[in-house]
Design a protein around this ligand. Structure first.
Ligand code: CDT
Length: 301
């Protein structure tokens, strides 16, 4: 049997006034909790090091301080050191700023780090929601102002013999995310998210926010025979309420473990990787039953 013990490390809010060092200390404490519960791989939220700053129009001079110019940098190094000390890997969402050919580029990124404290993968969010300018009647969500769409596709990384895919927030709502990762051989998908409880454009859907959080992850896990570990940044962050509901989802579509709070909280589950083959055998023998020659519309439209 093959097992991998997963941890979803939810955080409570990261207020703009918090220092990066304070936030990193919180993340280290969560990683210690995950490791002492036997976890081998942990996931932190999207933009785990900062407040969810796309809720604001910021002055140009304020922007750079919210991005990481290097990972790890001096302030984030303790997290990588903790991974090595504890022998546990992690994935973390962060705002990435890179210079390419003398030009600044900005991505909403996630990094996969091995139990040796070394980077073993990088993902850049593909489905970037919101707008570049505030739009009348909608909750301000300016991810498209602060991040380019990812340019790395849907990579899958080896983690001690298990194949890992990464995804960020809005990506989890799209079936293509899971299908691309599944077809690339992913067995486990790690997801970080920041999801506002209330969108002014859709007050009638407010009571469904948690349902619409879990529904696509449960369906994505089931239809693509994946384990999923998903970590929220939750609670009242700089005046905006973010949902929690961090969870670990089995390839059966069942939620195996779920956070109860809107605060820093670790949920752990020992994932049976053989369940993937069992679920494939029952219904999803992809090579045998899929009809890719008849799915052309999916990429044409
Ligand atoms: N961070 C992120 O992608 N949040 C989105 C909210 C989009 S509202 C315009 C989400 O899908 O949860």
């Amino acid at each position: 049997a093959r097992w991998l013990t997963l941890a979803a490390c939810q955080t409570g809010p990261v207020q703009r006034a918090s220092t990066r060092a304070h936030t990193v200390a919180r993340l280290v404490a969560l990683l210690e909790q995950a490791a002492s519960a036997g976890a081998e791989l942990a996931v932190f939220p999207e933009l785990a090091l900062t407040t969810f700053f796309p809720r604001w129009v910021l002055q140009p001079a304020e922007i750079d301080a919210l991005y990481e110019a290097e990972m790890p940098g001096p302030v984030t190094q303790p997290l990588y050191d903790a991974a090595r000390r504890l022998g546990i890997g992690f994935a973390i969402g962060f705002a990435e700023r890179v210079m390419v050919d003398g030009k600044v580029r900005r991505f909403n990124s996630m990094e996969l780090v091995g139990p040796d404290g070394q980077r073993s993968g990088r993902y850049r969010k593909m489905h970037v929601p919101g707008s570049t300018e505030p739009e009348a009647g909608t909750t301000v969500h300016l991810e498209r102002r602060y991040f380019e769409p990812g340019d790395l596709g849907f990579p899958v990384f080896d983690y001690g013999g298990t194949r890992i895919g990464l995804a960020l927030c809005n990506d989890r709502r799209w079936p293509e995310t899971y299908r691309m990762l599944c077809l690339a051989g992913a067995e486990v998908v790690l997801i970080g998210y920041n999801t506002p409880q209330m969108l002014s454009e859709a007050p009638a859907l407010a009571h469904l926010r948690m349902f619409h959080n879990h529904l696509p992850m449960q369906a994505g896990a089931y239809q693509n025979t994946l384990w999923i570990a998903a970590a929220a940044k939750a609670g009242l962050e700089d005046g905006q309420a973010l949902i929690g509901g961090s969870c670990i989802v089995a390839p059966t579509g069942e939620i195996a473990a779920q956070a109860l709070s809107l605060d820093d909280e670790v949920v752990v589950h020992r994932a049976d990787l053989d369940l993937i083959a069992a679920c494939q055998a029952v219904n999803f023998d992809f090579a045998r039953y899929r009809r890719p020659n008849d799915y052309g519309l999916i990429v044409e439209r």
